[in-house]
Design a protein around this ligand. Sequence first.
Ligand SMILES: Cc1ncc(COP(=O)(O)O)c(C=O)c1O
Length: 455
Amino acid sequence: MNRSPRERDIAHVLHGYTNLRAHDAKGPMVIESGEGIYVRDSEGRRYIEGLAGLWNVGLGFSEPRLVQAATRQLERLPYYHNFSHKSHDPQIDLAEKLVAMAPAPMVKAYFANSGSEANDSAIKMLWYRSNALGQPRRKKIISRARAYHGVTIAAASLTGLVNNHRSFDLPLPNFVHVGSPHYWREARPGESEEQFAARLAQELEATILREGPDTVAAFFGEPVMGAGGVIVPPRTYWEQVQAVLRKYDVLLVADEVICGFGRTGRMFGCETFDIRPDAIVLSKQLTSGYVPMSALLVNERFFAPMAEESNRVGVFGHGYTAGGHPLAAAVALETLKIIEERQLVPHAARMGRLMLDRLHALETHPLVGEVRGAGLIAGVELVLDKKTRQAGKNPGDLGTLVNACLVEQGVISRNMLDAIAFCPPLIISEAQVGEMMDAFHRALDAAAARIEQTG
Ligand SMILES: Cc1ncc(COP(=O)(O)O)c(C=O)c1O
C-alpha cells in the first residue's frame, strides 16, 4: 500500500527548527500550492503566509515573471561558475546592480547560497583581511544577544540565541556578544530610549576595551533583529554604536538578510536607520525565496587588503560551486526589477503603517504586552500579566498557544518564544492586511478564552 506524504515525511525528512521526536506524532503540515500571499495545505485549507515563508517571499507565491526569468536562463545557460576568472552575464549584471543600489559605497559582490554561508564567508574574509594587514590578532567578532545570523558553525557563533548554541558546542572562541537593543524588556526604570542606547554603546566600548581593540575585527548587526523576536532598536542606537566602532577602527557588517529590499519601508534597513556599513549581507527577498541565493557586498576598505593577500599567496582560496548561479542571478535581477517597477518599497511602507496601526489598537488586549515594528515587519510581545510583563512559567508556551490559534484562524506565522511576528509578502493589499489583523484579533480572543477555561 502506498504511504501518505505525511507518513513518508515522518519516516525520512529530518526537519530544521522542529522537535525531532515530537514530529513522529505531530507530523508535517504539507503545503501544496501558493497564490499571491496565500498558501494551501494538503487538506485544502488556505492560509495567509503572515511571515512570507521565512521572511523571504516578498513577491508572493505565484509571480509568473520569476518563473519566466528562471526558464529563460535555464534554456540559455543552466550553470556556470565564477572560479578561475570565469563569469556569466546574470552574475555580472547582478553584481553591478547590487553595488549601484547599495545604501553605502561598495565595490564588490560575492555570491553564496544562504544567509548563513554569506555570513560565514564574511567572517573568513575578515580573518583573511586581518592577516593581510599584518594584524593576526585581530580576529574577534562582536555580535548581540538575540541576533540571528544563521546556523553554519561561524554564523551560529554570531547568532545570539541559546537554542543555536546549546548542545552544539557553540559559540566558537573569539565570538563575543553584547546586549540586545530591546528597550521594552531591557531598559531600566525611567531610562529614555536615548539613555538606553547610550548604555548599550558604553557596553560595546567596554567590551572592545576589555577584549583589546587590536583584537576586534568587526561588529555584525541586523538593522532590525528578525528571528530574535523583531527587535526595533531604540532611537539613536545605531548612531551611538557606529561612533564607538569608528573610534576603535572596528568594521561594521550590516546583516540585511531580512531587512533588505523594502522590508523596513526603505530599500535597505541601513537607510531606515542611517547605517554606513563596510559590508552588507543580502539574501531572502533578493530572489523572493524562489531560488537560494545570498550576496555579500564589501567596500574598498574591506576588499583591498584581501586582494593584496590573494596576490601574495597566489589565489583567494574560497568559493562555492553554486556561487552566483545563473538561475539564481536571473531570478534576483527580475525580482529587483519588479520591486522597482511596481514601487513595492513605498507600498510596503504604506501597508506597514496600516498593519502597525491595527496592532497598536490591540495594545489594550489583555494578552498584548508590546507592539513593535518598522515598515512591513512587526512583533507582538504576549504577556499574561501586563504589570510584571511576564508571559507565564514556561517561556514560549503562550506564544505557542497564540500561534496555534492564529493557524486555526487561517494565518501562518511564527512565535519566537512569546513574541508573534508579522512579515507578510511585500505585495499584500490593504484588504489583506485587514484580513490578517482580523484573524489575529480572533486568535488572541480564542487564546484568552482557552487560558480562562484551563486556568
Ligand atoms: C538576519 C539573518 N541573517 C542570516 C540568516 C540565515 O539565513 P539562511 O537561513 O539562509 O542561512 C537569517 C535567516 O533567517 C537571517 O534572518
